[in-house]
Design a protein around this ligand. Structure first.
Ligand SMILES: [Zn+2]
Length: 277
């Protein structure tokens, strides 16, 4: 199966790459949906886990190389390796023709470990930014919540993923919806986390983050149990789906194992994907 797709927009080359996979509980990934329903469209292993992708989007212009979502990274202890069965990861970036050192900016939809883990690496016991020459653009509320995690969120926000970036002063906090780079907008959605954002590129390309983790989650009730504010997810999905249909925006997913992409359409009253290659 292909683990790489390339698209051209007005001013950018866009690379949609699958650097690896990992596993999460299938029930948690489908929230209130019973297993007899979700398991028909998403098979699980003997431990009820489903395989998810670690997808990144790289936006290349004449002036910058932005990487959105470095994925899970490689700083895992044996216990976590057993739980999540990580395969590959951002260290595979070179297989797609990119060196981490040429990335000028890194950004995230949110700071959970499966999105921000690849931002840092462990070298001889020291935590260092994986992208040495990059500035890390992070939504302010997300950084606050990640730093001040609580009993429910601390299993997802791991300090080693973002504190080393703050320590070397590589973080730029983004305070509101804006262009983080020319042509690259962030829109706060909340829902999954309070500071969760999606990326809108030249008003034509949208990276969903965990607002919609895979193409199989487009159907409105398929909202993860991991979401802190599931009803906010529902409302934002409706708003963003409508925008995507109106403006014919191409959509991308952080965890879709087949690197699906295309356009949101409505079929028999349900939202679904009109896939393109
Ligand atoms: Zn995720």
């Amino acid at each position: 199966m292909k683990n790489f797709k390339k698209f051209l927009s007005k001013n950018f080359e866009i690379y949609y790459i699958k650097t690896g996979t990992f596993k999460l509980d299938g029930g948690a990934m489908f929230g209130t949906v019973p297993k007899v329903i979700w398991n028909r469209i998403y098979p699980c292993d003997n431990n009820n886990r489903i395989t998810l992708s670690q997808n990144s989007l790289i936006v290349v212009s004449e002036d910058f190389k932005l990487l959105i979502e470095p994925g899970c990274g490689n700083k895992w202890n044996e216990r976590r390796k057993k739980i999540f069965e990580f395969e590959g990861g951002i260290a595979n970036l070179k297989n797609f023709g990119f060196s981490p050192d040429e990335i000028t900016h890194v950004s995230f939809t949110h700071l959970h470990f499966d999105h921000a883990g690849g931002a840092t690496e462990l070298i001889n016991g020291d935590l260092k930014p994986f992208f040495k020459n990059a500035e890390y653009l992070i939504r302010k509320e997300e950084l606050e919540d990640a730093i001040n995690s609580n009993e429910r969120t601390k299993a997802s926000y791991l300090k080693e993923d973002f504190m080393p970036l703050i320590k070397v002063q590589k973080v730029k906090e983004i305070e509101k919806d804006c262009e983080i780079l020319p042509g690259i907008k962030i829109i706060k959605t909340g829902g999954h986390t309070r500071g969760h954002v999606v990326f809108l590129i030249e008003d034509k390309i949208l990276f969903f983050g965990d607002l919609v983790p895979t193409a199989k989650h487009i159907h409105l009730p398929y909202i993860m149990a991991y979401d802190n504010l599931p009803l906010e997810t529902l409302e934002k999905r409706k708003e963003i789906y409508r925008m995507c249909m109106e403006k014919e925006i191409q959509i991308f997913f952080p965890h879709d194992t087949e690197l699906k992409t295309g356009y949101i359409i409505q079929k028999e009253g349900k939202y679904t994907l009109k896939e393109i290659e």
